[in-house]
Design a binder for this molecule. Structure first.
Ligand code: NAP
Ligand code: GDD
Length: 347
């Protein structure tokens, strides 16, 4: 008998990679999709319309803020695995929608765990929670591991920390197989367009095609530990395959500033950026022709910021051999090639 998985957040970046991996592993995949006035299944259409997966891939309407819907879906689907990836996942947006973020990202997890408990599935269903490096805030200046203190600095980070703990609470109190993957930033050509890596790759490609004059960003000095979403989705699958539930960090162990990421993307189109000025007046200039290609905009700064994230994933490596296989340069290459291809087609 094939195993059955329910993925919340299947229309997102990670959900789409995870669905591919599970289907390859012959697992039947059910996904939760929010109803909206426009259809947003672009990232999974290749699976949904693939005849190979006709009786193996199913979508259901639902929402993390609707407990009755979640209970009835868990009852109907009767999954072996639940991957809880659904979230309002944008940190800056969480400052503007803190209550909604707490509801979807925090209480949503509780609703799913309660569904497992109420339906007496505590011994059947394995639960994966999409936890985040954002929960650490600025508590650690060097390498972060599973024992580092949590000190979130955003409504998003705080809501996710609630989910992290409620996952552990249900594991300890009810014996549910429930694990947290504490993932550092991971990107891909499928990344949402308002996250910094995709935004930069897109803008640099637009500049290449003369569709845009410059890029406007916020904090150039924030450092992130950026990996590839495909590698991290495989790590999620490996986490849920472990004999015992536990919490694991997935990260590359290397980090770069937003400034460096921008320089690397421009380098891909043979432009060298030099920086001039300070703070909001700082600009990135094309060294060759002195044109301003990067500006700093106040609106992209957050009320509070995580300055520096870098993770130690040695626990995951030791337990199941997980490795972040994609280097930052390969990640940028893949993102830039995809972006240039898309814009080239539109030209
Ligand atoms: P994403 O691209 O923003 O996808 C989020 C998904 O959640 C989308 O499918 C979205 O649906 C869905 N969703 C949002 N609110 C919902 C609600 N109320 N009910 C049902 N579905 C809802 O995020 P991602 O990058 O794939 O990340 C996946 C998960 O990992 C998230 O929980 C995120 O917080 C966490 N995480 C991400 C990273 C990272 O670097 N990517 C790192 C650590 C943790 P729509 O398509 O309808 O918007
Ligand atoms: N989005 C964005 N847009 N960020 C910018 C910009 C800009 O124009 N300019 C500078 N930044 C900085 C942000 O201030 C932050 O320090 C860094 O770039 C990364 O921002 P995002 O790409 O929005 O990601 P994030 O680190 O805030 O959050 C992502 O990673 C978390 C894991 O650490 C999201 O995927 C979260 O869902 C995830 O949990």
């Amino acid at each position: 008998m094939s195993k059955i998985a329910l993925i919340t957040g299947i229309t997102g970046q990670d959900g789409s990679y995870l669905a591919e991996i599970l289907l390859e592993k012959k697992i039947i995949v059910h996904g939760l999709v929010r109803r909206s006035s426009l259809i947003k299944t672009d990232r999974i259409d290749n699976l949904y319309y693939n005849p190979k997966y006709k009786s193996k891939f199913f979508l259901h309407y639902g929402d993390m803020t609707d407990g009755l819907n979640l209970v009835s879906l868990v009852k109907k689907i009767n999954p072996d695995y639940i991957f809880n990836l659904a979230a309002q996942s944008h940190v800056q947006v969480s400052f503007e929608t803190p209550e909604y973020t707490a509801n979807a990202d925090g209480l949503g997890t509780l609703r799913l765990l309660e569904a497992i408990r109420i339906l007496s599935k505590t011994k059947k269903i394995k639960f994966y929670q999409a936890s985040t490096s954002e929960m650490f805030g600025n508590s650690e200046k060097s390498l972060i591991n599973e024992n580092t203190k949590f000190e979130p600095v955003s409504p998003y980070g705080s809501a996710k920390l609630y989910s992290y703990w409620i996952t552990r609470n249900y594991r300890d109190a009810y014996g549910i197989y429930a694990s947290n993957g504490i993932l550092f930033n991971h990107e891909s050509p499928r990344r949402g367009e308002t996250f910094v890596t995709r935004k930069v790759a897109r803008a640099v490609s637009e500049i290449y095609f003369n569709k845009s004059k410059y890029l406007v960003v916020g904090n150039l000095n924030a450092k992130r530990d950026w990996g590839h979403a495909r590698d991290y989705a495989f790590g999620m699958y490996q986490i849920i395959c472990q004999k015992k539930p536990a919490d694991y960090i997935l990260s590359t162990g290397k980090n770069y500033t937003v400034r460096k990421f921008i320089e690397k993307c421009f380098k891909f189109i043979n432009i060298k950026i030099v920086w001039k000025g300070k703070g909001l007046k700082e600009v990135g200039i094309n060294k060759k022709n002195k044109k301003v290609l990067v500006k700093v905009g106040k609106r992209f700064f957050r009320p509070n910021e995580v300055h520096d994230l870098r993770g130690d994933s040695s626990k995951a490596k030791k337990a199941f051999g997980w490795n972040p296989n994609t280097s930052i340069d390969d990640l940028i290459k893949e993102m830039m090639v995809e972006e240039l291809k898309t814009l080239g087609r539109e030209n």
